[in-house]
Design a protein around this ligand. Structure first.
Ligand SMILES: Cc1c2[nH]c(c1CCC(=O)O)Cc1[nH]c(c(CCC(=O)O)c1C)Cc1[nH]c(c(CCC(=O)O)c1C)Cc1[nH]c(c(C)c1CCC(=O)O)C2
Length: 355
């Protein structure tokens, strides 16, 4: 196996500088879901390989991770994988249906909680670690590599709904009808997520991001009860275990999509960076999060605007967030029909901001 040590020296540390409270030479930018569906080379690649085959084969996952780095002047790479590898490692079947997204044909029920294979689940995800190690070497230190995981409530939602949902009403029904069983599943997920993120750090991830993509379906009360405590435990335990293993400190980004009602609460969790979705005004995000380092939040649809307009939208966004304690990103994942040239305009507009 490729060595987990002796990684090439990092040349672009803009993101890490911002996180350390230092001033970078240019504002850093990366794009959620940059490695994938909007790239013609990925669409071609997918004709030859099944989605989870790519995730599970380090060489293939590495190849896709590098695609956006070859094309764009991005300041980070994110390992190619999916949040649903965790339900898979717990024993649920997950299929990726083209045009439809992920499907779990036999969703979790109250009676099947006992069947979840939590023992060794994180270990079954070591292939992601191996993809990370290989990618760190192949990146040659060009940019840092981000690892990630889905958050407990978001994964819980997919496992119960059997896929995506417009309302998450089946998963929310559990929160009201079976709060104890819900906590039990959220606990199982939290423990796997912690070990999984530590594995990613061990294998060479330089930053980690936790995707709480389904925050938008909860209100402050439910989020406080069924999301925040688990998110807090993840941040604390991952950092404690990393320290125990004598691995270098790894910053963690939390992105709770649609969780504007909890932005203030999120500042108490101890994450290094808070992601802001595209619905929140930058100034309001700053007001609610005090001194936090923020990441976001251009509307992914803004990339459909004419180029001059994209530049203006970026300038307005940066004016709102300010140029310090700030990592630029979209306010959710990039859409499959995003235009390559417009993506370049977005990235260049960010790098052209005077600091
Ligand atoms: C909710 C969620 C999922 N997966 C993910 C999230 C959290 C981020 C978010 O909120 O958007 C995270 C994810 N999924 C993927 C990545 C790879 C790295 C990256 O470029 O960011 C990441 C970080 C690859 C992918 N994950 C998926 C694709 C496309 C599927 C394909 O190639 O067939 C890719 C490249 C499929 C996927 N996977 C998921 C959905 C809902 C879908 C279908 C719709 C869609 O395409 O976004 C679950």
């Amino acid at each position: 196996m490729t060595s987990k040590q002796n990684f090439p020296l990092l040349q672009n540390d803009r993101i890490l500088k911002v996180i350390k409270g230092e001033k970078p030479d240019k504002l850093p930018v990366w794009i959620m879901r940059q490695a994938g569906r909007h790239l013609p080379e990925f669409v071609e690649f997918r004709k030859k390989h099944d989605f989870f085959e790519i995730c599970q084969t380090p060489k293939l996952a590495c190849e896709v991770t590098l695609m956006p780095i070859r094309r764009y002047d991005l300041d980070a790479a994110i390992i190619f994988s999916d949040i649903l590898v965790i339900p898979q490692a717990l024993g649920l079947k997950v299929e990726m249906k083209p045009g439809l997204g992920p499907v779990i044909p036999t969703p979790l029920t109250v009676d099947t909680i006992e069947n979840l294979h939590s023992d060794g689940a994180a270990d079954r995800l070591r292939y992601v670690g191996e993809a990370i190690t290989l990618t760190r070497h192949e990146l040659g230190g060009k940019v840092p590599l981000i690892g990630f995981s889905g958050a407990p409530w978001t994964l819980f939602g997919y496992m119960i709904e059997g896929g995506g949902s417009k309302t998450m009403s089946k998963a929310k029904k559990w929160l009201y009808e079976y709060p104890e069983e819900s906590s039990k599943v959220l606990d199982i997920l939290t423990n796997v997520i912690i070990d999984y993120l530590v594995i990613q750090a061990e294998y060479g991830a330089q930053v980690l991001q936790v995707f709480e993509s389904s925050a938008e379906y909860l209100n402050r009360h439910l989020f406080t009860k069924f999301a925040l405590p688990y998110l807090k435990k993840i941040n604390i335990e991952v950092k404690r275990k990393i320290k125990e293993k004598k691995i270098e400190y790894i910053p963690i980004i939390l992105f709770a999509k649609g969780g504007h009602f909890s932005l203030e609460d999120q500042t108490e969790l101890g994450y290094d960076v808070l992601g802001v979705d595209w619905t929140v005004e930058p100034q309001i995000a700053r007001f609610l999060t005090k001194n936090s380092i923020l990441q976001g939040n251009l509307d992914p649809c803004a990339l459909y605007a004419p180029k001059e307009e994209i530049v203006k939208l970026v300038e307005n966004m940066v004016a709102g967030f300010g140029t310090s304690k700030y990592i630029v990103n979209l306010g959710h994942g990039i859409y499959p029909d995003a235009d390559i040239e417009k993506v370049k305009t977005f990235i260049d507009a960010v790098h052209n901001v005077t600091l």
